[in-house]
Design a binder for this molecule. Structure first.
Ligand code: SF4
Length: 474
């Protein structure tokens, strides 16, 4: 469920001293960045597809009521039972009641961030149902009793060496070796029978198609199909912003999603669910429920937070964020980490509850650059900071520091004089050393890294000197 960032600073301090976390994050984010770049470079229509995706989402959000009604009518005609949940509590109650009515003892679950947001685990525990996570990464974190640390790769914080130790410890039969294929085989052995015996299967949906009433999931492991088909009841919990008008529109997003998320042209499995088992079908659930969740989404419509509803949860913004790469997802203390989470968490909880998150950003703009639906995350974070300022939320020290900076920034000569003196002072403090390990009054800057000794003179002084030298040469 959405939490708050009230312990963000403590979490960051802990994350920065976690060597395993550093290894895990560097391995994975680096690989994802390289793969994404490669497939985007090879996708000649990327720019056009991105514009089209943004336009489709904007159009759908502008007519959300119309498309939601269309979806409900078509899904109902397909045999689904459609439920509406305004809040996470309502969504949990609906899921619990369906499980109780089905007499369920076990439920398999395929990863969905909406499920985390509304607290599916709590709903199942209320209904006395054993929860079985089926995504490999979710299986890992369920064994480790960790929350997800990334929206696409929930176990990104774990190295494969840590996973091997975990499987040795928790699996009924230990893995044959610590090689990755044997670890995957061990998880498959552990989960296979549970898939077949589950009473209820719970999934999210990457997209909802208004004109057919279908829900769509994309996975790489085939666990969605195994979760949604064998049990007698299938429950889909999904945010209302996942709607697209038709199949052609969904195909635009399917091309963008896998490229942005994992650097692949397409995912291994894309499945369209169109209702319960029909006469003559070989398999499928007897009952099919769709729980459409609002949870503050309609409040975001028409506000400066509306662009966030375009998000297709690809995770590219976190894979390219230097703050996420340094501290990992758990530090954010919320279901949605990284740049998109720093915007979404205050919207789903409150600006006060998540007050550190909009400030956990260098505003370097990479998140917007890689976002497949062009969400202006840096602008939105800046707006949230301005709102925090108006609501008097920053601390006195932050206000005083920003006030002093604002005073100087409006007086360029004074600004250059003071920053020049500051640089000079730091060079003197470095006293011939190339790296600074201690700093008076600013110990936080060098607590977890060394500061290189600054070059002689400020950037502007160096720039003016080089301009002058170029002119003299001409
Ligand atoms: S904000 Fe953009 S990049 Fe980040 S998860 Fe959402 S769609 Fe992907």
């Amino acid at each position: 469920m959405i939490q708050t960032s009230d312990r963000f600073r403590d979490h960051v301090a802990r994350a920065l001293t976690d060597d395993n976390l550093k290894v895990a994050l560097t391995r994975t984010t680096g690989l994802l960045q390289t793969r994404r770049k490669q497939v985007i470079d090879e996708y000649a229509e990327y720019g056009e597809a991105r514009k089209r995706a943004q336009a489709i989402k904007e159009h759908t959000l502008n007519h959300l009521d119309h498309y939601l009604e269309m979806f409900e009518a078509n899904a109902t005609a397909n045999g689904a039972v459609v439920h509406w949940a305004q809040t996470p509590q309502e969504a949990r109650r609906i899921v619990s009641e369906i499980c109780v009515a089905a007499g369920a003892k076990t439920a398999t679950r395929v990863k969905s961030m909406l499920g985390e947001e509304i607290g599916i685990a709590e709903a199942l525990s209320d209904a006395g149902v054993e929860r079985i996570e089926t995504d490999l990464a979710e299986h890992i974190i369920q064994l480790a009793d960790d929350p997800p640390s990334h929206i696409v790769m929930p176990a990104m914080h774990k190295t494969h060496e840590q996973v091997a130790d975990l499987f040795d410890d928790k699996h009924g039969v230990a893995p044959d070796s610590h090689d990755i294929p044997d670890l995957v085989g061990s998880a498959r052995r552990e989960l296979r029978q549970k898939f077949l015996n589950a009473d209820v299967g719970i999934s999210g949906a990457n997209f909802l198609i208004a004109e057919t009433g279908a829900t769509v999931t994309v996975t790489n492991e085939g666990n969605s199909e195994l979760t949604c088909t064998p049990p007698k009841v299938h429950i889909v919990t999904v945010g209302i912003e996942k709607l697209v008008p038709g199949m052609d529109h969904a195909s635009v997003f399917l091309r963008l999603l896998s490229r942005a998320a994992i650097g692949a042209e397409i995912t291994q499995y894309t499945t369209f669910y169109n209702g319960p088992k029909r006469q003559g079908d070989a398999d499928g659930p007897e009952a099919y429920h769709i729980v459409l969740v609002d949870n503050h989404r309609t409040e975001m419509l028409g506000s400066d937070l509306e662009p966030m509803l375009r998000c297709i949860r690809c995770g590219a913004c976190m894979n390219h964020c230097p703050v996420y790469a340094a501290v990992g997802g758990h530090a954010y203390g919320a279901v949605y980490p990284g740049p998109m989470g720093s915007v979404l968490t205050p919207a789903l909880s409150s600006l006060e509850a998540a007050k550190d998150l909009p400030n956990a950003c260098t505003l370097n703009g990479r998140c917007k650059e890689v976002c497949p639906v062009n969400i202006p995350l840096p602008d939105m974070l800046r707006n949230l900071r301005a709102r925090q300022w108006d609501a008097n939320l920053p601390t006195r020290v932050s206000k005083a520091a920003l006030g002093a900076w604002s005073f100087l920034a409006k007086r360029p000569r004074l600004y250059h004089l003071v920053t020049g003196l500051g640089v000079h002072g730091i060079r003197l403090w470095a006293f011939g050393r190339s790296r600074i390990k201690r700093m008076p009054f600013a110990g936080g800057w060098v607590k977890h890294r060394d500061l290189p000794r600054p070059e002689k003179g400020s950037f502007m002084q160096q720039y003016n000197a080089s301009l002058h030298a170029t002119r003299n040469r001409k």
